[in-house]
Every structure is written in structure tokens, then in C-alpha cells.
Design a protein around this ligand. Sequence first.
Ligand code: SAM
Length: 260
Amino acid sequence: MLKPIKRLGQNFLQDPNTIRRIVDSLDATPDDVVVEIGPGAGALTHLLAERYPRFAAIEIDDRAADLLEAELPSTRVIRQDILKTDWQALAVELGTERIHVIGNLPYYITSQILFSLLDAAPLIEEAVIMMQYEVADRLVAKPRTKSYGILSVALQLACEVNVLFPVSRNVFYPKPDVRSAMVHLRFPDRPSPDCSDRAFLRQVIRAAFNQRRKTLRNSLSRLLTDDMPDLPADIAGKRAEELTPDDFVDLADYLLGRPA
Ligand code: SAM
């Protein structure tokens, strides 16, 4: 048994039914490459290694990696910070163009992991991930709601998001302070064309939501350069939460002088 380290977000799954349900949520065949984020003491890992011969796990805690290598000698355990993972290099190393991702995420870096998956979107087929219930709620939030924000817009533009099921605090050791949910992300084979300048699009989304109480005229003022057109009149007086994800793409393209 591994002594949980709070700083690493270690809340280990204990319940075999929940574990099976999570692994069953993957839509992968035995030929596919599956990568687990944060295997920890191996709650999901044993079943994953059994089902998927081309499986690998990425873990930052050497104690956990040692344990897994001892228990599953033919499994590839990569000792690495998931936020420093080069998904392109990993895909090449594992001999695939598309990776199936699974993980009971360390909650202290959930958003950062989500953004790293978005950056690697063309290389990801799907992601079955556990996160705080409140974050899951934000991912699927609709415009004009309190939960709608940067994550909702960024995720909904990049992939199909589904909240699969809630997960009780009682199935973990130690019990987390927050409620949890499983989420499924499916990335399209060919990303739909959105804003031609993704970095700028993300800047627009961030600036708009960082001051979400202000109108876009104000929240975006610092982002707009002299060579950009004025905001369209019907947009300028709105607030970030009133724009759909597609509206943000159109707005970014408009500001860059590109047709929608
Ligand atoms: N998968 C196990 C389970 O379900 O019982 C453990 C899940 S625990 C919530 C999160 C895991 O992520 C821990 O094993 C932790 O060590 C690992 N972890 C934390 N930060 C990490 C990072 N930056 N990179 C890779 N793994 C990390």
C-alpha cells in the first residue's frame, strides 16, 4: 500500500465496480494505444494493462512507478510530469497517430492537463478522465450560466464533451474534499476549422472571461491593436457569457480581418 501524498493529489480508487465502470468507458480496441495519466498504486492500471497490450502510464511519483514496475513488469511506466509530456514524441515512441487517454486526474492541475490535451488535440482520440464535479459542470456549461467560462468555450470548440457519471467520495482513500465526476472527451479525426490563429482566439477568450462582469468593449480593450477594426456594435455591449463558442471564433477572425 502506498502512503498517499496530498501535494500530488493522491486519492486512490478503492472500489472494483467503479474501477471497472471507468475502464469500460474507453472506446478502444486491443490494437489501440492507451495512456494512463497518474496510475498511482495501480487501481485502473492492472485492468488497462490486461486489456490493452500497447498500454503506457505516466507517473511523477517514483514510489508508485517502482511499485507498478514490480507488479506489472511488462508495462511501460514513464516517470514524468504530465505537464512536461511531449504528446507528439510520445505518439511516435508508442507507434501511433492517435492516443486514447484515461486517468483519475490529480485535481491540483486539472485545468492545465485539459489545456495540454487541447494543444495536442490532433494526437488524441478520446480522453476518459475523472475530475472535480464542479469542473466537469463547467466543461459542459451553456452560455448565460454561472459555470460558463474559459474551459467551456475552449473544450466545446475542440471536442465533444460528455459527463458520464458522478463518483462518490466514498470510493477513494483518502476521501477527497470535493465531489467527482467522470468525463468523456472525443476529439474529431479532423479538427473542424475554427479561428485561423488559435493563440489569438485563446487570448480573446481569456481576456473576455477574466473580466466577465464587464462588457466586451472594456474587457477586450487592452487586447485590441490600432490595426484592428472596432468591435461590431452588437457585440461591444455584451459580456463574455453571452457569446457562444462559435461567436468567439467569429469575433477573433473578425478582429484579425479574416472572413468568418
Ligand atoms: N490512478 C490512481 C487511482 O485512481 O487510484 C491514482 C489517481 S490520483 C487521484 C492522481 C495520480 O496522479 C497520483 O498517482 C499522482 O502521483 C499522479 N500525479 C500527480 N501529479 C502528477 C504529474 N504532474 N504528472 C504525472 N502524474 C502526476
